[in-house]
Every structure is written in C-alpha cells, then in structure tokens.
Design a protein around this ligand. Structure first.
Ligand code: EPZ
Length: 420
C-alpha cells in the first residue's frame, strides 16, 4: 500500500494546473451509453475512479479509446455496440458512482441490471431516490441478490420531486429523461456545476433541457441523441484543496486551468482566512503571509459551502489563530479525519455533526491513516503545515480523486514523496 511521506514547514511557490472535475467526468462518461455516436471528450482527469468507470463501461460493450500518458485526458466513447446491460458487483463495490449507468442504460435499452453500491466510509449513501424517480417514469424495478433489476420498454416523462437534493440522483434521472417519451420535470434538482456541465453536454448531444443551473429541470424526451465534443469542467474541489494548502503553509501560488465562478463561497471563506486572492484569466493567484484566521461554516448543497471541501478547510482551521466550528449537514459520518488530525496535535472535539476546533500553535508530524478521499487530502494539507515528517497511509483513497497530487505539490516546493 502506497504512503505519502511529507516533511512540513515549506512555503509553496509556483503554478499548480487543475485537472478536469472527477464529479463531472463520471456522469459524462456514462452519457456515452445514451448514443450510438462518438462522444469525444477532453480534459478527462487521470484518476483511479475514471479508470474504474471506463473499465465498467467497456464491459458493457461501449467502445473506449483513450490516449496514452498526458494524452489520456482525451477519451472517445462510442455506444453503437452495447452487448451487456449489467454493472457487476466487483466493480460497483469499489465505486458508488457506478450507479450512474442505471439511468442511461435503462433509457436507451429498456433494461439494466446494476449492483447496489455498498455504503462507504462517509455514510450509508442509499440510492432510493434514483429508484423512486425511475419508477415514476414507468420502470419496473426489483431488488434481489444485491442487484437492481430495472425494466421498461420506453420510459415516460413524469414530474419527480426527490425527498432531498441528490447530485447523482439528479444526474441519473436527467440522463434517463433525455430519451423518455414526453416531458419530465425534476423538482429539487441539484445545482452543482458538475450537474450543469453534464446538462450542457447533453444539450449538445441533442437533448432538450430547460432550467439548467436551477433546481427545476424540464426535459422534453427525444428519440435519439447524437455524439458531440466536450471538455470536462475544471475541478473546483481540487482547486480549493490547493488553496487550503497554501493557506496552511504560506506562500505565493497560481492555480491555473481553473474556473473562478463556480466556488464563490469557498473563495470568500479563504479570503476570510487571510488569503490574498486575485483572478488572472483562468488562473487564481493566492498569496498567504502569517497565520491563517479561523473560519466557521456549515456544509450545504450548492451554491452553499461544499461538503467535499469540509475536511480541507478544517486542516487550515487547526493551525489558525483562534477557535472555529464546522457543521456537516450532508453526510452522517464525514469527520473521520478528526482523530487523525488530533494525532498531529490538533485540538478538535465533536458534538453530533459539529466539530469544534482550537487553533494549535504548532502541529508535529506523525504517521496517520487516510479513511476516505477528502479526508486523505486534508491529512496531506496538515502534514504540509506540521513540523517534521508525516506519513499518510492508505493513499489509494487519495488516488481515487486527485491526479498526481504529490507531483503538483512537489513542483511548488513541498517536500512530499510517494513510498511504494
Ligand atoms: C455526490 O455524491 C458526489 N459524488 C460526492 O462527492 C459529494 O460529496 C455529494 O454528491 C454531495 O455533494 C459524485 O458526484 C460522483 P448525494 P452523491 O446523492 O450523489 C442522501 C467526493 O468526495 N441520499 O447528493 O452520492 C445521501 O445519503 C464525493 O468527490 C439519499 O438518502 O451524494 C446524502 O446524505 C464524496 N438517497 C445526501 O442525500 C438517495 O437516493 C446527498 O447525497 C440519494 C442521496
């Protein structure tokens, strides 16, 4: 199992290029099932989850062609010869987002057999809303042997109100609705920029979608979608992760190939921490001198404070010059980084879904263990700020959602190496 060895205390200086967004790329790859045409994608991030999704899609018969090395960010899909309508447990259990094949597969082929995703470290993460919506569109769905069996000769448009805002639920139902008979209205739809990126691509494929970017999507089904070219939107979570890193260590970096209009709340919080931010085209320059100031927040759905940035901001709060508190409202168990941070000398206590932090004057490096994707990123940030050496174990969690993080950090002066 790979580890990252970090010797902290180095300021960061230089440019960090941001990759395509994992949470846009995953649904966008599944949209390849919706058409017999070519889906020509660029800026696809080099991530373990993307490789898993491409493996899963190739097993259905979807034709996948991908460049090598740097060129692996270019992926062309073709869904003309789909042979299998199954997403097997072996692959689904390693990545919950596999559920995103359900909507497109059912919409285009009238049938799908998808393994129920297990829970994961951060919560039970059921998919009842995905199933509720597809049933509302006329699908016959049974769950047996750990698999979702869905059948429907042609989905019918419906008005669907999900019990809560769900990102992949919205994406699954949106993709299904593009090929349904008639009009579908998704009330309470998720508004994350990654949902918008998927919707924009579907429109380029011939889908008819109104209300993109709002919490009410209205889709007129069509008989078929054609191929298109699409560049995956830049990853706002990766960008914020590196901004938290420089907030914790001090320095002067530019994050490049980013969007500056899709994470305003996080940028405001970073300014509140003392980061001097300036926008330069598709780059954000971030300068940090002195100790960060603490910020308190509660996570909510977009456009509020993103739950996927919660652990990374806590890694800055634990070295800030004052107390702060963080409330997690989306997932029931997304504080597993707390115990690991306390091993580094942080002073965090948890009451229910709120973490209370006191800024420590110093953190001291120690061996810590990653438990989930964003927790592992937060431990890297804490290690960069700590004195001495921190060893982050189980970084396969990190590799799921970050494209060569240690290379990007080393390039701006961090002392971080991967140990096989
Ligand atoms: C997406 O997960 C993201 N993953 C997550 O990013 C992100 O944390 C999450 O949205 C919230 O923003 C992808 O986009 C691939 P939800 P998703 O459905 O869609 C409950 C990362 O770090 N719920 O919006 O699975 C659910 O339990 C990952 O990149 C139901 O109860 O999240 C949760 O409490 C982690 N029933 C809440 O809704 C359902 O049918 C929001 O979940 C669906 C969801």
């Amino acid at each position: 199992m790979d580890k990252l060895q970090i010797t902290g205390g180095k300021r960061l200086n230089g440019d960090i290029p941001i990759s395509g967004a994992k949470n846009a790329a995953l649904p966008i790859l599944c949209a390849g099932l919706l058409t017999a045409g070519d889906l020509v994608l660029s800026n696809v991030p080099r991530l373990h989850d993307v490789r898993t999704m491409l493996k899963l899609l190739a097993q259905t018969g979807l034709k996948v062609s991908q460049g090598e090395g740097k060129d692996s960010e270019n992926v062309t899909l073709n869904g003309a010869a789909i042979g299998s309508l199954e997403a097997p447990y072996e692959l689904v259990k390693t990545m919950r987002a596999s559920i995103l094949v359900l909507g497109p597969m059912l919409a285009r082929f009238g049938e799908a057999k998808v393994s129920l995703p297990g829970g994961c470290a951060i919560g039970s993460r059921p998919v009842d809303q995905h199933i509720k919506g597809l049933r509302a569109m006329g699908a016959e769905i049974t769950i047996e042997g750990g698999y979702i069996h869905a059948k429907c000769p042609r989905l019918q448009g419906a008005r669907i109100l999900t019990d809560m805002i769900t990102v992949t639920g919205t994406e699954n139902l949106l993709m299904a609705a593009t090929l349904a008979q008639g009009e579908t209205i998704l009330e309470n739809a998720a508004r994350e920029p990654e949902v918008t990126d998927l919707a924009n691509m579907l429109v380029a494929m011939g889908a008819k979608i109104e209300g993109i970017g709002t919490d009410r999507l209205v889709i007129q089904g069509v008989d078929a979608l054609h191929g298109t070219e699409h560049a995956v939107i830049s990853d706002r979570i990766e960008a914020a992760t590196f901004l938290c890193a420089v907030a914790a260590t001090g320095g002067d970096i530019r994050i490049t190939r980013t969007r500056t209009d899709i994470f305003d709340v996080a940028l405001d919080k970073l300014r509140e921490m003392g980061l001097n931010l300036s926008v330069e085209g598709d780059a954000i320059r971030a300068r940090m001198d002195g100790r960060p100031r603490p910020v308190s927040f509660r996570t909510t759905e977009y456009p509020g404070f993103p739950t996927d940035m919660q652990a990374q901001f806590m890694a800055v709060n634990i070295v800030a010059d004052g107390p702060s508190r963080v409330t997690e409202t989306i997932f029931e168990n997304r504080f597993m980084h707390v115990q690991e941070m306390n091993r580094l000398g942080a002073q965090i206590s948890i009451e229910g879904n709120t973490a209370f932090m006191r800024g420590a004057d110093r953190l001291v490096g120690a061996p810590v263990m990653a438990t989930d994707l964003r927790a592992s990123a937060s431990l890297v940030i804490a290690g960069l700020a700590a004195e001495g050496t921190t060893l982050v174990d189980r970084i396969y969690h990190l590799d799921r959602g970050y494209d060569r993080m240690e290379d990007k950090l080393s390039a701006v002066g961090a002392d971080i190496v991967r140990i096989k």
